[in-house]
Write a protein that binds this ligand. Structure first.
Ligand SMILES: *[C@@H]1O[C@H](CO)[C@@H](O)[C@H](O)[C@H]1NC(C)=O
Ligand SMILES: *[C@@H]1O[C@H](CO)[C@@H](O)[C@H](O)[C@H]1NC(C)=O
Ligand SMILES: *[C@@H]1O[C@H](CO)[C@@H](O)[C@H](O)[C@H]1NC(C)=O
Ligand SMILES: *[C@@H]1O[C@H](CO)[C@@H](O)[C@H](O)[C@H]1NC(C)=O
Ligand SMILES: *[C@@H]1O[C@H](CO)[C@@H](O)[C@H](O)[C@H]1NC(C)=O
Length: 603
């Protein structure tokens, strides 16, 4: 049976190559889906942190799982055994963003002021350094380390020096952003003293222009060191080094693409074959007005099936967005890059908007209805009109809508977690979802390549030689270096696939791989390296730190001025906060005062 399958596959591969030249090949066949394990907290935020572990972060709610005598809202989970270890962040992580630094530490930033237990998380900056021995936890030290401004629903992206850019969000928790609660600024961690803001937040016109529907903007680090950013109906290229925004063609046909009209977005695979030209794909969204009172909306609002794609070189931008259609409308779809270069579109809802407790006819509390149970595959290498396929795919029976997440695992399966369109843990429709699922592409069921010899760090332009064991009949391989990202609200911060230069030795037992050409192509930090056969079958993706593993640069000037700004709180009536000592995070008001003082000093 298997030999037959492989023979057919090779024929398919051959035919495929005839049509699409250098395009990646994928293995045809049936997918499988298993429900396995419980997450203990609902999967609002998900990131694979090592070859065996993932971190799952929820909002503070009445989960049954306890830690240190109180309810838990974050866990480390073993991907293979699904064993859960409760973690103990200090503040409310709802709805934070996450990105890894160059040294492998994950930072979670922003959150919610709502307190059942725990601290106000609006200005939180949490650090998690992954471990394999059960000793690591989420660290918070709010009097020393925090954002310089409050952020609910911000996004983040790791940049080429290994630090993280944190962008947008609201000053308060709300269904949708608006001009009063908008935080139209960005900042870095570690802070940077640039553009005259002394390590404090820097204004962004784009975040004013995209009110109201600009929560969780889409951020993608580009090979030229700038950042693609899209939100609501607009897109731009942001140059953080010069603080300039360059407008791109807007989203066609009035479709809104960020929360609560969450579309999925992804940077398509980068390779030398396409000259590392970045191409952005955005699928789904909604044409509902972002100024509509949610009480005038319903959970049955149609969603958009529009899937748009644009190459971000001169010719691509001149051509504008190419419009394609998903088989059905979706919001809150997760777009997952597979090591074979395709994109899995999964989860979300076919009607309504994101969030809960807002629209007139909530289902339970959900603002959305008609879960999208059936995933679809997008093949970027196929011609327009035949890029979507459901061949061999399988539907879930578990609704995964608002507050659900998905991620590729190092072994090549897709981990599906969460869904909780409710204020707290709920058993009514649509209930808080703790069940974990694993979706296996057809490549999980055949003989797979394997390799050894990946060092703990893999520097730019350096060469390593791996020992490879390839399935019989393999003619050539590709090497996919992947950032599996940090998933929340249908946005996968930092998700990326870069094909590396790789030369298979004559006897096919050794493979020489060259590290990424530049830090902008793959910002230094954690990466998973998959060896993929010419039949589209990937190895296990071993983890390494791209770059040297060094911590991101610290701008002493930014830190010194930032500390000074905090001390000046006293003069502005914020002494109470300081007197409360180490436990009290700086209030939003105090931070704003601090920012204002800094701004006054600047004038
Ligand atoms: C794939 O699934 C379909 C439908 O269940 C079945 O008819 C077919 O035989 C399966 N193919 C393989 C190769 O298992
Ligand atoms: C923005 O939302 C907040 C919180 O719901 C509300 O108090 C405020 O009036 C809103 N502002 C605008 C301009 O809609
Ligand atoms: C954004 O809007 C706010 C409120 O109207 C204003 O104070 C701020 O200066 C604006 N920022 C930019 C960069 O336009
Ligand atoms: C990875 O998946 C393969 C199936 O392709 C399985 O045999 C193997 O045990 C898995 N390895 C790990 C570490 O999960
Ligand atoms: C990574 O860098 C951050 C910021 O300097 C630091 O807080 C963290 O401890 C570092 N992590 C490791 C593993 O060195």
């Amino acid at each position: 049976m298997r030999t037959m399958g492989n023979a057919f596959q090779r024929l398919f591969t051959f035919l495929g190559l005839l049509h699409y030249g250098a395009a990646a090949t994928s293995l045809a066949g049936n997918w499988t889906l298993v429900q396995q394990g419980l997450t203990g907290v609902s999967g609002l935020q998900l990131a694979v942190v090592s070859e065996t572990k993932a971190i799952i972060i929820d909002k503070v709610e009445n989960n049954a799982l306890m830690v240190d005598g109180h309810i838990a809202w974050a866990v480390e989970i073993d991907i293979n055994t699904q064993e859960v270890r409760a973690l103990d962040p200090l503040s409310n992580t709802w709805c934070a963003t996450g990105s890894f630094l160059s040294n492998g530490t994950l930072i979670s930033s922003g959150g919610s002021p709502i307190r059942i237990t725990g601290e106000d998380g609006l200005q939180a900056l949490r650090l998690f350094t992954p471990c394999t021995d059960g000793s690591c936890d989420i660290l918070e030290d709010p009097t020393r380390i925090r954002l310089t401004s409050a952020r609910w629903y911000p996004s983040s992206v790791r940049i080429e020096d290994g630090s993280v850019l944190i962008f947008g969000g609201s000053l308060l928790n709300n269904y949708i952003n608006n001009a009063t609660i908008n935080n139209p600024t960005y900042e870095f961690y570690p802070p940077k003293n640039i553009h005259g803001f002394n390590g404090l937040q820097i204004p962004s016109q784009f975040l004013n222009d995209t009110i109201n529907g600009n929560h969780f903007p889409n951020l993608v680090y580009l090979p030229d060191g700038r950042v693609f950013i899209s939100a609501n109906t607009q897109a731009m290229i942001f140059d953080w080094k010069t603080n300039t925004e360059t407008q791109l063609p807007g989203i066609p046909n009035g479709v809104r693409i960020s929360s609560p009209f969450s579309a999925g977005h992804v940077l398509l695979p980068l390779s030398a074959e396409n000259n590392f030209t970045p191409e952005i794909l955005i699928c789904g969204g909604s044409t509902v007005s972002d100024f509509a009172d949610p009480l005038t909306l319903t959970s049955q609002e149609p969603t958009s099936s529009q899937c748009i794609r644009m190459a971000l070189d001169e010719a691509g931008i001149a051509k504008g967005w190419e419009v394609d259609q998903l088989p059905e409308g979706r919001i809150m779809a997760d777009l997952i890059l597979l090591p074979d270069g395709r994109v899995l579109v999964i989860d979300g809802a076919m009607t309504g908007v994101a969030g809960y407790g807002n629209v007139a006819d909530q289902i339970g509390q959900s603002n959305a209805d008609n879960p999208a149970f059936m995933p679809v595959i997008y093949d970027p290498a196929a011609p327009l009109g035949s890029r979507f396929s459901r061949d061999g795919l399988i539907a879930s029976t578990i609704p995964r809508m608002y507050h659900s997440t998905a991620s590729l695992t190092p072994n090549g399966t897709i981990m599906l977690a969460g869904s909780n369109p409710n204020a707290d843990v709920s058993t009514i429709m649509y209930a808080t979802e703790y069940r974990l699922e694993f979706l296996s592409p057809p490549y999980m069921a055949v003989e797979r390549p394997s390799y050894t010899g990946l060092p703990a760090t893999f520097d730019f332009n350096s060469k390593i030689t791996l020992d490879v064991d390839l399935p019989e009949g393999t003619k050539d391989v590709k090497v996919a270096l992947m950032d599996l990202g940090f998933a929340t609200h249908a946005v996968h911060m930092d998700q990326r696939l870069l094909y590396l230069d790789a030369v298979l030795h004559e006897d096919k037992t050794k493979l020489t791989v060259t590290g990424p050409p530049t830090p902008a192509l793959f910002p230094p930090g954690p990466g998973f390296l998959f060896v993929v056969t010419d039949s589209g079958v990937p190895s296990f993706g071993h983890q390494t730190l791209i770059g040297t593993g060094a911590s991101p640069p610290v701008d002493e000037d930014a830190i010194a001025k930032y500390v000074y700004a905090q001390q000046d709180d006293d003069a502005a009536g914020c002494a109470v906060v300081l007197a409360a000592g180490a436990e009290a995070p700086m209030s939003v008001e105090c931070s704003n005062v601090a920012s204002a003082i800094m701004n006054m000093l600047l004038i």
